[in-house]
Design a protein. Structure first.
Length: 332
């Protein structure tokens, strides 16, 4: 599907883009892969990684700018929507800006994709969109709803929209592992709560989930990969074995445990070998055999959180992952 196609990724100079681009070039050899983002310096630095590769193109633009998206999507087959305002406190203190990017930007992507004949769009979401308690999560829930409904909005145009949702990305810039590594020599690590847990997913696994969504989707599905959990205290112990822990309390808008599927979604959720799929509650799409495929409906009251997970990452596995990825941690 993605082979010999034109693919565009919004927010492509971020952590996800820096992994998606080289892996997709190697796996699918697309005709063209366009990195769409608003930071010219990040594009300049990223361009150095690909030299004169004719498949890689860069396009300055902002998802808030509908006209610019129309120009960028001309001739594009598939879009990965990764652009977002992601930092929880930033969204809380700049709510208007968060909405402009995460909600208005999603609407612009949907309109441009339909009108320009894009075949498929996969939007990146977050665990914080499930039962949100902060503006970032609420804005991404709104975005998810827009992309799901976009399949009906497309009408006869045929553009399909789906969403992938995952939690804490190991080693990404601003995440807990590089943060702990940066202050490990201070001898004390701040931890919000001793009970706190987080899902653990690599960027490579996130990319593979997007690939799977493109190949599997009929439209409107939310894909949730099965991934292990880990206690934050255990992460801290791996990163800085000699450091003490200072418990500082949960920050505003922060959850004790990550949640990717809430009990309210259980009636529409199906389980597969490596992932779950939340089907749309609208238009009876949740009963569509083409969307269900070989999935098994989860039990009533089911939820998927980092606390009730059956799969846990042990300290040895994290030590091995850090050793294999040490040079990349916190860069992107």
């Amino acid at each position: 599907m993605l082979s010999n196609s034109t693919i565009l990724i919004t927010g492509g100079t971020g952590s996800f883009g820096h992994t998606f681009v080289p892996l997709t070039l190697k796996q699918y050899n697309p005709k063209k892969l366009i990195i769409f983002s608003r930071d010219e310096m990040k594009q300049w630095e990223m361009a150095k990684l690909y030299g004169d590769d004719p498949r890689v193109r860069f396009f300055i633009g902002d998802v808030r700018d509908r006209d610019r998206l129309y120009r960028a999507f001309d001739g594009v087959d598939y879009v990965v929507h990764a652009a977002a305002t992601k930092i929880v406190p930033t969204a809380e203190y700049n709510p208007f800006e968060c909405i402009k990017t995460n909600v208005n930007g999603a609407m612009n992507v949907i309109d441009a994709a339909i009108d320009k004949g894009v075949k498929g769009v996969v939007a990146l979401s977050t665990d914080k969109a499930s039962s949100p308690i902060n503006l970032y999560g609420a804005s991404k829930l709104a975005s998810d709803k827009l992309f799901v409904a976009g399949n009906a909005y497309a009408g006869e145009h045929g553009t399909r929209f789906s969403v992938v949702r995952y939690g804490n990305v190991m080693g990404s810039r601003g995440s807990v592992i590089p943060f702990f590594m940066s202050i490990a020599d201070q001898g004390e690590l701040p931890i919000t709560d001793a009970r706190m847990t987080r899902f653990m997913i690599s960027l490579e696994q996130g990319v593979e989930l997007v690939w799977h969504a493109f190949g599997d989707m009929i439209g409107g599905e939310i894909y949730v990969k099965k991934i292990p959990s880990m206690k934050v205290t255990d992460i801290a112990r791996v990163v800085a074995p000699e450091a003490s822990h200072k418990f500082v309390g949960i920050r505003p808008g922060e959850k004790l445990h990550e949640q990717m599927i809430g009990t309210e979604d259980a009636p529409y959720t199906y389980e597969y070998d490596a992932h779950f799929k939340i089907l749309p509650a609208i238009n009876k799409w949740a009963d569509d055999p083409a969307r269900i495929k070989d999935g098994c409906k989860v039990e009533e009251g089911f939820s998927y959180t980092s606390a009730n997970n059956s799969d846990w990452m042990d300290e040895h596995a994290l030590i091995q992952w850090i050793s294999n990825n040490n040079k990349k941690i916190g860069i992107f």
